[in-house]
Design a binder for this molecule. Structure first.
Ligand SMILES: Cc1ncc(COP(=O)(O)O)c(C=O)c1O
Length: 442
């Protein structure tokens, strides 16, 4: 029987239908308040009370090393971000219809990290809004309505971005104007990832043409995180992007996950592939927890879009967001977090490969910097993804004080995204906890 496909929000999710015993009053209130939309982690959810650096603290005093959360990327509650937000919110907090120096100082600093052809930046509050806007810009510019995504992609929660997020769809197939291609995985394309991925792209373009939509854009997460983390070989994306361009489509680099130095070599994930995106979307770590996101675009594309419709975002790019974003950029540079991601990420990959030698359940280790994926499979067979072992390992790590998530079509990839300030000692705490957990897992 083929392994079951996992929906992204189901991975490591608490299952309210299986709860037993005396209820946790806070859990009951949450289930009442959120209803069916409630998504909590773990077989037994944790109540968190505070966090600092790479650590979170639960209500019972237990400390957890955070290998899951790539939002507080420069460290939970980093004092400089806290101060920047507090000072700005106590001084001026308005929308972008007035001139405010803090906003343009930030936009200039952010633009300096991006390729020069992306002249304009538009700020929003969530990655979903940023992607939604990028899709609209691409459709307006190209006159086409079709989009190409990868098979387990997640790009957001609006109507348009849910349509292009196979990982979010529980029952319905993808809409007709969206074509999904396999992830750039050696399990799919063996040694020819670049060629195979480009060929899959050409097929998707032909499908959209046949259906009468044409291709407005390829949108992909530059590290393919929900597909299971695919970073190698560096440069593999370039041929596929060429295919889309030749068909008249744009290339949208979704940097919501890999952006802001996480991949350790560059500020942005797409830079690993030496490609020039037409649009770059960003979010999550941008404000280290302050809700902010954005789209970088060519002026010509933005001009064309704004001829048709206006765009205004009440909270997007307000001075408090700009202050938070500026603090994040300053911390990445001054605390040398990109270099740290490369070094400590390399240490973790080496440690995982050592564990792999004695634990055949680990069938692959991938990634760059502090964005790492590790496949867990039955009997050491890479073609037998094992989501139940993966869930056991995730819960076993939790018992040992480490928080981690899963990814991939079958939910059998451990997804490692600790804060960029992770120390070598903290990396060892994780590796020891994983070794111990694997030793106890069937
Ligand atoms: C690759 C990617 N793009 C976009 C989004 C949507 O961002 P947000 O949840 O801020 O709307 C996510 C969120 O998980 C994401 O992982």
């Amino acid at each position: 029987m083929p392994p079951a496909i996992r929906q992204i929000l189901d991975m490591n999710a608490f299952d309210a239908s299986r709860k037993s015993g005396p209820g946790n009053p806070l859990l009951e209130r949450r289930l009442q308040n959120f209803g069916a939309a409630s998504v909590l982690f773990y077989r037994s959810p944790i109540e968190m009370v505070r966090a600092r650096g790479a650590w979170m603290v639960a209500e019972n005093g237990k400390q957890y090393l955070d290998f899951y959360n790539n939002v507080p990327s420069v460290g939970h509650c980093h004092p400089r971000v806290v101060d920047a937000i507090s000072d700005q919110v106590a001084t001026l907090n308005i929308h972008t219809r007035y001139l405010t120096r803090v906003v343009d100082d930030y936009l200039d600093a952010l633009k300096a990290t991006l390729p020069g052809h992306l002249d304009n930046l538009l700020l929003s509050c969530t990655g979903s809004e940023a992607n939604d806007l990028a899709l609209r810009i691409a459709s307006t510019w190209t006159g086409n309505r079709g989009f190409i995504v990868t098979e387990t992609a997640y790009h957001g929660n609006t109507l348009a971005t849910t349509d292009i997020s196979p990982a979010a769809l529980k029952k319905n197939p993808l809409p007709d104007h969206v074509v999904a291609i396999p992830p750039p995985s050696p399990l799919v394309f063996e040694d020819g990832v670049a060629q195979g991925f480009a060929a899959a792209m050409a097929k998707a373009v032909a499908t959209l043409d046949r259906r009468g939509y044409g291709v407005a854009a390829l949108i992909c997460d530059s590290i393919f995180s929900s597909d299971g983390v695919f970073s190698d070989p560096a440069g593999f994306l370039a041929d596929a992007v060429d295919v889309v361009r030749q068909a008249g489509g744009l290339y949208i680099a979704d940097e919501v996950q890999p952006g802001f130095a996480r991949t350790g070599e560059c500020m942005w994930g797409f830079q690993r592939h030496a490609v020039r995106p037409d649009l770059v979307t960003m979010g999550k770590p941008m404000g280290n927890g302050f809700p902010m996101a954005g789209v970088a675009a060519r002026a010509a594309h933005m001009n064309r879009f704004c001829e048709d419709v206006g765009y205004f975002n009440t909270f997007g790019g307000n001075p408090v967001a700009a202050a938070a974003g500026q603090a994040v950029l300053d911390i990445i540079r001054e605390e040398r977090l990109m270099e740290n991601a490369l070094n400590v990420g390399g240490q973790i990959v080496a440690g995982l490969n050592t564990l792999r030698a004695s634990h055949p359940v680990i069938t692959a280790v991938r990634g760059c910097g502090l964005f790492i994926g590790t496949d867990l499979c039955a009997d050491g067979d890479p073609r037998r993804p094992d989501q139940s072992i993966t869930t056991d390992v995730i819960n076993g790590l939790k018992e040992r004080g480490v928080l981690i998530g899963a990814a991939g079509k079958y939910g059998n990839t451990l997804k490692l995204r600790p804060p960029l300030c992770l120390t070598a000692g903290e990396a060892n705490i994780f590796l020891n906890a994983l070794e111990d957990t694997l030793g106890q897992t069937r």
